[in-house]
Design a protein. Structure first.
Length: 174
């Protein structure tokens, strides 16, 4: 029974300190062994694992630096390419608008020529030409351009259209 009583009176703080001191001693001995092995050029399995992990970390860091540089280069190249594509789209849009304007001018002037030559034109042809002229004016306004080429043609077309609506024959050729 005395043994059990003695066990309950154990000083746990001294046991904890003793275990801690032993662990520090073991760590110191391992460090001394590692230092000694390193000085002799020996390599333990644990030291090799540590070295390989360090080398892997360095290689990974270098690979990431290379990837970062490539990413920055690619991003700059991509931005330049985006600018080129944007400029090309603007050019194509401008070419398309110019083509549309030229086609509408040609159609209006051609119709004005037919009217001035006295060729018969029906009401639908006049309405179509007036509709084209509205589109033409809208495109010019959207693109901040000025109309100066079809005004006379539209005056001739409007006069002929009014005469057609009233049933009058043109008094003269335009």
């Amino acid at each position: 029974m005395n043994e059990i009583t003695e066990l309950t009176q154990i000083n746990f703080s001294s046991i904890f300190i003793s275990v801690f001191v032993i662990l520090i001693g073991v760590k110191t001995m391992l460090s001394l062994f590692e230092w000694f092995a390193h000085k002799l050029g020996l390599e333990t399995k644990w030291m090799r694992t540590q070295r390989e992990a360090h080398e892997l970390l360095l290689r990974t860091s270098q690979a990431l630096a290379i990837l970062q540089e490539k990413h920055e280069t690619d991003a700059a190249h991509s931005d330049l390419r985006d600018d080129e594509i944007s400029n090309d789209i603007k050019k194509l849009t401008q070419m398309f608008v110019e083509k549309e304007i030229d086609d509408m001018r040609w159609e209006i002037n051609n119709f004005a020529t037919q009217v001035s030559e006295g060729k018969p034109c029906n009401k639908d042809s006049f309405q179509h030409c007036l509709h084209i002229y509205e589109k033409y004016e809208k495109i010019l306004k959207e693109n901040e351009l000025e109309n100066g080429e079809v005004e006379i043609s539209m005056e001739l077309i409007n006069q002929a259209y009014k005469q057609t609506l009233t049933g009058q024959k043109p008094l003269y050729k335009y």
